[in-house]
Write a protein that binds this ligand. Structure first.
Ligand SMILES: NC(=O)c1ccc[n+]([C@@H]2O[C@H](COP(=O)([O-])OP(=O)(O)OC[C@H]3O[C@@H](n4cnc5c(N)ncnc54)[C@H](OP(=O)(O)O)[C@@H]3O)[C@@H](O)[C@H]2O)c1
Length: 414
């Protein structure tokens, strides 16, 4: 073997990697495409999808010479065909289009649709035994048991894209899980870590969208402000790693330099550090077990100087407590919690409810679901869909009722 050949990484030897991106027009999807552009011929694109952002999707598909572009919104199909005319790129729409994008054989599917809408297409990729880079955590929150059974059955490779789970994946001793005492997910604390509680309760969407460390889509930004995101990540971690619920902890680390930690029985605590940029975990999911260079600012610990930590205050972030309770309850509790959260976040972003009302609405829906015996296990996707619809409908009716009673908070204009 020549010296040159020895220097080649496995990725170089395999040749160009074909990838598809579900949710290409979003924050994660765009970061994945930035990485593709940065690495020139290393990756090629099979399929890209969006919900309705036809102009950006068509631009991406043409720029990256995709074979297929899909809009979930069937009403946008005509516009997509027009935007792609003469390019030779196939266009498709609706669920069948998303499933086709997910099923086409590729080296990796990046699952970056937001919310439970990503469940069916991501599962379609899993069922085909594809390698999936999973950003769309709601898949595991809503249908974790079914999803992981399908991963096992199909032999698919599931690689986490969430930075915390990517970190844990790199730190966890899968050969000796009994040596792991704790998984510690770090949380930046979001925009309201130090905000007076009364101001936080009445915060406007604009205030809640201003995350101090991460540039993200709107839904996950609000989830980060309520700490629902960390709760959803606890549920995600429970499905991805062989640990019990009480081995999952959260620690506030405002700098977002340590992405998570794994504590072992001998007292060792392993941490994963990196510049807070989603490019790194996306690249790792695409290239594992290899690594490639990422266009991110190198981590300069001397300049950072100090890493600080504090205990999570669940009084400030009741959404995290609701997630822990749903995880403990099991069955369909996380599915209903997620559905109620998706509705509450949407209503908050539309200025229909206050920031502090998000957790309140979810709590009321969970109480009602428990009373109505809706928290049992779902045996298939159809049941998950029914339970999800129940959670959405209950959240809407709780909101309507509280609005009628004039019980919602106002907004701060800061
Ligand atoms: N952003 C981050 O840094 C980050 C970090 C870790 C994990 N995640 C997770 O990654 C996922 C994506 O987050 P994001 O921040 O990238 O979200 P985002 O910026 O809102 O993008 C969401 C993507 O999903 C598409 N989409 C929305 N609704 C859809 C539907 N009903 N059917 C099909 N496609 C739909 C959007 O298309 P349009 O553009 O047409 O609306 C867009 O391409 C979430 O599950 C999030 O929790 C994100």
């Amino acid at each position: 073997m020549s010296l040159m050949a020895e220097k080649l990484s496995p990725l170089d030897r395999l040749g160009p990697q074909r990838i598809s991106i579900l949710g290409a027009t979003g924050s994660i999807g765009s970061s994945a495409l930035d990485l593709v552009a940065h690495h020139g011929g290393t990756f090629s694109i099979e399929a890209l999808s969006a919900n309705s952002n036809v102009q950006l999707l068509a631009h991406q598909a043409i720029k990256f010479k995709a074979k297929l572009a899909v809009v979930a919104d069937e009403g946008a199909y005509g516009d997509l065909c027009e935007a792609l005319s003469g390019s030779g790129i196939e266009a498709a729409a609706g669920q069948s289009g998303l499933i086709e994008a997910a099923e086409r054989p590729v080296d990796c599917v990046i699952a970056a649709i937001v919310g439970v809408s990503g469940l069916n297409p991501t599962l379609a990729a899993i069922k085909k035994g594809q390698r999936v880079g999973l950003a769309n955590k709601e898949c595991l929150v809503c249908a974790g048991d079914l999803f992981m059974k399908e991963v096992e059955r199909s032999g698919a490779t599931l690689l986490p894209v969430d930075s915390e789970h990517s970190a844990i994946f790199q730190l966890f001793d899968f050969d000796h899980p009994e040596r792991v005492e704790k998984i510690i997910l770090t949380a930046s604390g979001g925009p309201f870590l130090k905000t007076p509680l009364d101001v936080m309760q009445n915060a406007s969407p604009e205030m809640a969208l201003k995350h101090p460390n991460w540039q993200m889509g709107r839904k996950i930004s609000i989830d980060s402000a309520t700490m629902m995101n960390k709760g959803l990540e606890l549920i995600e971690a429970f499905h991805l790693f062989p640990v019990a619920v009480d081995q999952l902890d959260v620690l506030i680390h405002p700098g977002s330099v340590i992405h998570s930690l794994v504590q072992y029985c001998d007292g060792s605590v392993l941490a994963h550090l990196g510049t807070p940029d989603m490019c790194i975990p996306i690249a790792y999911a695409l290239t594992w077990p290899d690594r490639i260079e990422c266009p991110v600012k190198p981590l300069d610990l001397a300049q950072i100087g100090t890493l600080s930590f504090e205990e999570m205050c669940e009084e400030r972030f009741p959404a995290l407590t609701l997630c822990r309770q749903a995880l403990q309850t099991g069955g369909c509790a996380p599915t209903i919690l997620n559905a109620a959260n998706e509705i509450a976040v949407e209503e908050f972003l539309c200025h229909n409810i206050g920031f502090g009302d998000i957790a309140r609405v979810i709590d009321l829906v969970m109480e009602q679901a428990a009373r109505e015996n809706m928290l049992n296990n779902a045996s298939d996707l159809q049941e998950i869909a029914t339970v999800d619809a129940y959670g959405r409908q209950k959240a809407l009716s709780v909101i309507k009722k509280l609005q009628a009673q004039g019980e919602f908070a106002g907004y701060s204009t800061e």
